[in-house]
Design a protein around this ligand. Structure first.
Ligand code: ADP
Ligand code: MG
Length: 278
């Protein structure tokens, strides 16, 4: 679905005369393959290159060196951009910046409208997408009146209406309350399981990564650590700390009371606890 081949990206700052002022290497020979249907969580401290990575997937940025291929389309070819943007949608951190229309349904229709989808087909897609994110009843309301979490779900519906293969979430929960967060992560998992949509979820919240197929930890524009949640969270406190990570709360609690293995979910906790009692 997504392939990065030796991708380097440099942000070049220039002074008023246009001379190069500074160069930041945000991606450093990054190579990576994400399979169709995978659920990937991306972690890493601030400035490690996560957003730069995300923006390469839907061709908002293009590699300085190397190559990014999305659903078979090379992002450096301008002729591919519409196709890529339709297949790989992106949800950003700030829900307020993503609203473009007066009503929820118009907002969701914005993307497909620009793709030239016929009106009746579009209405069908908009309704379907709103039902998927649980906001069908709000379709005639103003998006400005919704909660942050609901706005994020409107943004997701706007992407769904374009029938994407892949959705990239760049810290979508950072500005939400716990309830809103949970909803967004649950929606992402549901879209992954039921519709086979490839998910790339960038987050700072360890709890949000435990259900992923694979965790990628970035540092200085490279992959520092990679594996299943269990593999990654078994690395030990020191290693995790180095990359600005900690184990999820439930894992820490299990360790504290001496339960065996690397426990990541409530179910695992209960099972291990019952076993320990026996
Ligand atoms: N628009 C920009 N201009 C210059 N440097 C940038 C820009 N955006 C990000 N950077 C730099 O690129 C590096 C990676 O940033 P970013 O991809 O935003 O990391 P993250 O999302 O992990 O916090 C950082 O050193 C950051 O300061
Ligand atoms: Mg970022």
């Amino acid at each position: 679905m997504v392939r990065f081949e030796n991708v380097t990206f440099e942000y070049i700052r220039r002074d008023e005369e246009g001379n190069v002022d500074s160069i930041t290497t945000a991606l450093d020979e990054l190579s990576l393959h994400i399979k169709k249907g995978e659920f990937i969580a991306v972690l890493g401290s601030n400035g490690s290159g996560k957003s730069t990575f995300a923006r390469h997937i839907n061709a908002l940025l293009k590699p300085t060196e190397g190559k990014v291929v999305v659903a078979g389309y090379d992002t450096t070819d301008d002729d591919n951009i519409l196709e890529i943007r339709q297949r790989a949608g992106m949800v950003f951190q700030n829900p307020d910046n993503q609203i473009v229309a007066e009503t929820v349904e118009e907002d969701v229709a914005f993307g497909p409208e620009n793709m030239g989808i016929p009106t009746d087909e579009m209405q069908k897609r908009v309704d379907e997408a709103l039902k998927k994110v649980g906001l069908y009843k709000k379709k005639l309301e103003s998006p400005n009146r919704l909660s942050g979490g609901q706005k994020q779900r409107v943004a997701i519906a706007g992407i769904l209406a374009m029938k994407p293969d892949c959705i990239i979430f760049d810290e979508p929960t950072a500005m939400l309350d716990p309830g809103g967060r949970r909803m967004i992560v649950e929606t992402a998992h549901e879209l992954n399981k039921k519709d086979g949509i490839t998910i790339i979820l960038i987050t700072h919240n360890m709890e949000e990564t435990v259900g992923a197929d694979r965790i990628i930890v970035m540092e200085k524009g490279r992959i520092a650590l990679e594996g299943t949640p269990r593999q990654v969270f078994s690395k030990g406190e020191e290693t995790l700390k180095k990359y600005g990570m900690e184990v999820p709360v439930i894992t820490a609690l299990a360790q504290k009371i001496g339960l065996d293995g690397c426990i990541l979910t409530r179910e695992e906790f209960v099972d291990a606890y019952v076993k320990a009692l026996e």
